[in-house]
Ligand binder design. Structure first.
Ligand code: SF4
Length: 261
């Protein structure tokens, strides 16, 4: 295999996940993101720099440089589980589009080995970059967070124009595109806001599925651990009843849906 010595920067690898794609999966978390979502539960993913994070009195280093070969060898170890469950590898982050040479080489190695491949992504990059990934991806799990560009920018630091344009192109070119929406109180949790995203998702070529990911506070303590302020301290996770209602809104637009990734 080529390009096994390409280096990238990751901050975690989680084995035996049943989220973020079908079956049992290994999730590789890459460092670096172009957005700064106020609710982000992985704030240690956002900066490219290797950082220190203190949690429960213990300080750990977040981020390490690895080769494609090192990650591939870790991922490959669970091939029997993937085969039995229909699982595989998922790139997450952060945003994998920030490290195209590394991420594409890793996906290519996994695909050539016969693995199912997925990527969680905002799609916020030049399409020439995104198109490099598509031949090696079985599932593109794409976040659409809001249809109003100004509100999108207020909560993520970036407008959504490029993301929505790329969604149309990815729908046309990707093997399998699933739209995912984090449901964030005060940002996008009304039936109108979720309905607008679902209508857009339903209009995309070949897209039949949209997942709703309820806001949670599990990443909150990491902000203090990184010496940062958490910007949404006053919101609470949506209730089950509210999520059920939003799920029906998505269904009413003709999409299959689920709560959680
Ligand atoms: S796109 Fe994802 S990783 Fe990046 S800041 Fe937003 S929630 Fe965090």
């Amino acid at each position: 295999m080529e390009n096994m010595d390409v280096k990238g920067r990751i901050f975690d690898i989680q084995r035996f996940s049943v989220h973020d794609g079908p079956g049992i999966r290994t999730i590789v978390f890459l460092k670096g993101c172009v957005l700064r979502c106020k609710w982000c539960c992985n704030p240690e993913s956002q900066e490219w720099d290797i950082q220190k994070m203190t949690m429960g009195g213990v300080t750990k280093t977040v981020g390490r440089d690895v080769t494609v070969r090192e990650v591939f060898d870790t991922v490959r170890a669970d091939m029997p589980y993937y085969k039995r469950s229909g699982g595989g590898v998922t790139l997450s982050g952060g945003e994998s589009l920030c490290q195209p040479d590394f991420a594409v080489a890793l996906l290519k190695a996994c695909k050539e080995y016969g693995m199912d491949t997925a990527m969680e992504s905002t799609g916020c990059a030049d399409y020439a970059v995104i198109s490099r990934y598509l031949p090696y991806l079985d599932h593109y799990l794409m976040d659409i967070k809001h249809m109003d560009s100004r509100k999108h920018e207020a909560f993520t630091t970036m407008p959504n124009d490029l993301i929505l344009e790329n969604a149309k192109r990815i729908a046309r070119d990707a093997a399998h595109l699933i739209i995912r929406t984090p449901v964030i109180p005060t940002f996008n949790d009304t039936p109108e806001e979720i309905g607008a995203i679902a209508e857009f998702a339903a209009s995309l070529e070949g897209v039949s599925e949209m997942h709703l990911l309820p806001y949670h506070q599990m990443g909150m303590d990491k902000y203090a651990g990184l010496g940062r302020e958490y910007l949404l301290p006053d919101i609470t996770p949506p209730s089950k009843e509210h999520m059920d209602m939003l799920r029906e809104v998505v269904r009413s637009k003709g999409l299959r849906t689920q709560i959680g990734g």
